[in-house]
Design a protein around this ligand. Structure first.
Ligand SMILES: [Zn+2]
Length: 270
């Protein structure tokens, strides 16, 4: 069986209000979360999940929704340098989705194969006006992606031995998660289908921040059920189906790695 290791890469940070990620809970509470990518290797393949926000989307120190942020190409290169991986050595870039904070530096990997869902590509090509307002999809990425060698997946597939891709719409139409075999068990990399752990585990009473400190948080009322959507869900019915499915695929909560979860920084999985 393939055994992968998963190394989180910090491509920058953004300070949000927690209720933007767990709707209705802890209103006004500032929360700094990372822009994350992940380096995956089984000893022969070198795979990257996502490549972070492009510096051009951070204007006067502010990104999405006017939130204070830092990030960009330099952060991506530095995070790879720290683990001794040159961008030229990446064989494959997988995308959880094509929002500008996950695909913004695709041009750094011209030799890699770029892998995303066909449905996600269609949404980037023609987002609804309501999706354009915040600019999550940046259409200036389209010609950049078109210059790269791409694979457009249609649904679920074992893309590499030990890496299964599953289609999980809701945050975007073509969001996908990865199930990754490691010596410790199967981890699920959730992208922005689940930004932070309390979205999937609404009973949580504290979060671990990037510096290791503990932030007390408010659990959701029990009648809210098994998940709390963020303000960034475009299709709630699809999203709940995706999150229920994700929760059915992990052995326990320690195997879930959300796309902006602060507690994973500094840990290597597998
Ligand atoms: Zn997103």
């Amino acid at each position: 069986m393939a055994e992968w290791t998963i190394t989180p890469l910090v491509y920058g940070t953004i300070e949000v209000k927690k209720e933007q990620l767990t709707t209705g809970l802890d209103v006004g509470l500032p929360l700094t979360v990372p822009y994350l990518g992940f380096y995956l290797t089984d000893g022969s393949h070198r795979v990257l999940l996502d490549n972070g926000i492009n510096a051009k989307y951070i204007v006067d120190g502010r990104a999405w929704a006017g939130s204070p942020a830092q990030g960009g190409e330099d952060y991506v290169l530095e995070s790879l340098d720290k683990i001794g991986v040159s961008p030229d050595r990446i064989d494959c870039v997988l995308y959880s989705h094509l929002h500008n904070d996950h695909a913004g530096n695709c041009r750094l990997f011209p030799k890699a194969l770029h892998v995303f869902q066909e449905q996600e590509w269609k949404e980037l090509l023609d987002p609804l006006p309501s999706m354009k307002i915040r600019g999550d999809f940046d259409q200036s990425l389209i010609p950049e992606i078109e210059q790269l060698e791409c694979v457009k997946l249609v649904g679920d597939v074992e893309y590499l031995p030990g890496i299964r891709v599953i289609l999980t719409p809701g945050h975007t139409a073509g969001s996908q998660c990865l199930l990754v075999d490691t010596k410790d068990g199967v981890y699920l990399l959730a992208g922005d289908t689940i930004h932070i752990l309390p979205i999937a585990f609404p009973d949580m009473t504290e979060m671990i921040l990037m510096d290791g400190s503990v932030l007390p948080i408010t659990p959701a009322p029990r009648h809210w059920g098994p998940a709390v959507p963020s303000s960034l869900v475009y299709d709630h019915y699809a999203w709940f189906r995706s999150v229920y499915r994700i929760k059915s695929l992990i052995k326990d909560r320690k195997f879930l790695i959300p796309g902006h979860e602060p507690s994973v920084v500094g840990t290597v999985f597998g």
